[in-house]
Design a binder for this molecule. Structure first.
Ligand code: ARG
Length: 584
């Protein structure tokens, strides 16, 4: 469907043309005087310069040409030459009726819909999931839903960090703690045990301990490197142990992501890219892009237009080791082969901007992807504590994601219990939904690239610009609807009061909002929109007798309107990645 603004613009263009003026001047915007009108067109002011006439004269001529128009209840020319436009109530109602029936509420499908690989999550196996990974998961899940809503084919890949030094560290530590394990015995030729020699909590203790130890104990660090090397060169024992680490961690990760309402289509990792490295290096070398620098193999990627230095991309270090960029380039080879996407989107902390710039340049220069393939990196800002400083636990460690979620859940649960919101049997489910909304909305309502401060009390508040406030609005409408009875087929009617009209006008902004959110990969636009829409719903609710209205036709119109608003709010929170409880 065309947006309301587009429909109005078409009419105004016609009128400009009919009055003898360039139709391109007929730009229409939302009014900056909502007390006077809803839309305005300032084209007569621009035309005045071009046609050397008084703007008001032009505005009046355009009005004459516009005549009686079904879109407007009034159109006025005011000094010095503005055109103030009020939408007709009838037209507004018919527009909403069409929206309510149309797929996606009439939002246009993505004209550039294609296959997209979305790389989000990026947790590192055996290291606890920390808050840095929260943003990637939350923003990524929402973008995946937005892209899909508009008809894109999206492959969400978690891209596990499962191949680095952390593996060697864990293995070296395990060797000291459990020296009897067969994995380290070179003479062992039997089957390795099917059971992992550790639990997830042991694993989570071992990694930080080993990492700290390696900073003080050189011999230990060397052994960790040796173990990593052995793993990467396919030693049987290390491979078997690695499989255990992977399995135990992935199981735990799945549980964590499930709790967050985040899912992936594929669970590949850095390890899966390793076999593509030789082929990737071959291609890059054959294009003559590589140079040797102090024994390392690098690709210079500086371009003339660069304002800042972009250092060469290192593919192989002097000791033969490959790096993060090598793996990312090899992963591109795998993704080209398996999915042939037209677009890649990576979500990481913005501190990785340079890394992706280098990787993208090499990929393009070497033709690992086609010239038209889009390579995008969304570098998000840091989530800080309430004090604006990077998140730390009381003892100064990194805050674990699980702790953060547990804190939020405990806080919300106390409210749910205290306010006796639901029966005891539903406390868990209601709490989980509200806590998730608080967490996700708190994050997504910020522009992805900006840093933000995590504020548990503020995010979980039932009033203000928060997830729970949106849920509360939905639940309130649901309760009215259920008391009314069957409402789904009631038609939208012309607005019966100003609050209804404001609400209806807000509804019409859905399409353009979603389209813009898609175009700029900005879930925050959806948050801002539903906050406005929820505000209109609540104002309407406070100012209008709905259930006690005696005029049944009028009442049916109210119900149809809030029903549509509820459907829209629910669709929007689904795009953000959370859902509403039945009661709140
Ligand atoms: N594991 C990485 C980290 O924790 C993130 C991986 C992001 N994806 C990628 N293809 N580089 O920083």
């Amino acid at each position: 469907m065309k947006t309301l603004l587009e429909m109005i613009t078409i009419e105004m263009k016609e009128a400009f043309k009919a009055a003898g003026y360039d139709e391109e001047l007929a730009r229409v915007t939302l009014s900056n005087r909502p007390d006077l009108c809803e839309y305005q067109c300032n084209g007569a002011l621009a035309a005045a310069k071009q046609y050397h006439k008084a703007p008001i004269q032009i505005a009046n001529a355009v009005l004459d040409a516009l005549g009686e128009n079904e879109l407007f209840s009034s159109a006025e020319a005011v000094m010095p030459g503005f055109l103030n436009l009020k939408i007709s109530e009838d037209y507004l109602a018919s527009y909403l009726r069409e929206m309510a029936q149309a797929p996606h509420y009439g939002a246009q499908d993505d004209p550039a819909a294609c296959t997209i690989v979305l790389d989000y999550g990026g947790p590192n196996v055996a290291k606890p999931l920390h808050v840095g990974h929260l943003r990637s998961a939350i923003i990524g899940e929402s973008l995946k839903r937005i892209y899909r809503f508009f008809g894109n084919h999206v492959i969400g890949d978690i891209h596990l960090g499962d191949w680095g030094l952390q593996m060697g560290l864990i293995m070296a530590q395990l060797q000291d703690e459990k020296p009897g394990l067969p994995y380290f015995n070179p003479d062992y030729t039997g089957e390795y045990p099917a059971e992992a020699p550790f639990t997830i909590s042991e694993l989570e203790r071992i990694y930080p301990a080993a990492s700290a130890r390696s900073k003080e104990d050189e011999a230990f660090a060397a052994r960790a490197h040796e173990e990593t090397f052995r793993l990467q060169h396919g030693e049987r024992g290390e491979r078997a142990l690695w499989q255990h680490i992977l399995r135990v961690s992935v199981e735990d990760l799945k549980r964590n992501y499930d709790n967050l309402g985040v899912s992936f289509d594929v669970w590949l990792g850095e390890s899966d890219a390793q076999k593509y490295i030789p082929q990737m290096l071959e291609t890059v070398k054959s294009k003559g892009l590589c140079v040797e620098s102090e024994g390392a193999l690098v690709v210079p990627v500086q371009e003339e237009a660069d304002a800042k230095e972009v250092p060469p991309c290192i593919l192989v270090k002097s000791d033969g080791a490959t790096l993060y960029a090598t793996t990312d380039l090899a992963t591109i080879v795998q993704r080209e082969q398996d999915y042939h996407p037209q677009k890649y989107m990576y979500l990481t902390d913005k501190r990785q901007n340079l890394h992706f710039e280098q990787v993208f340049r090499v990929a393009k220069k070497a033709g690992l992807v086609g010239a038209d393939t889009q390579l995008g990196h969304i570098g998000f800002g840091t989530m800080n504590g309430k004090d604006g400083k990077p998140f730390k636990t009381r003892d100064g460690g990194v805050l674990r994601l699980e702790t953060l979620i547990a804190d939020m859940t405990a806080f919300v649960r106390a409210k749910v219990v205290e306010n006796r919101i639901v029966d005891a049997s539903e406390v868990d489910d209601t709490t989980a939904k509200i806590a998730l909304a608080a967490l996700k909305y708190g994050d997504l309502s910020n522009q992805p690239t900006k840093d933000y401060n995590f504020d548990l009390e503020r995010f979980a508040a039932f009033e203000g610009n928060t997830g729970p406030y949106i849920l509360y609005t939905i639940v309130r409408i649901k309760s009215i609807l259920s008391r009314y009875g069957a409402w789904e087929s009631l038609p939208i009617q012309e607005p019966a009061n100003d609050y209804a009209k404001d609400l209806m006008l807000s509804v019409t902004k859905l399409g353009p909002t979603l389209e813009q959110a898609l175009k700029t990969s900005s879930p925050n636009l959806i948050c801002a929109y539903i906050y406005e829409l929820a505000g209109c719903v609540n104002k309407f609710y406070h100012e209008t007798r709905i259930l006690s209205e005696e005029d049944t036709r009028l009442q049916a119109g109210y119900i149809a309107l809030i029903g549509l608003a509820k459907n829209i709010l629910e669709s929007c929170i689904d795009l953000l990645g959370f859902s509403a409880p039945e009661k709140m």
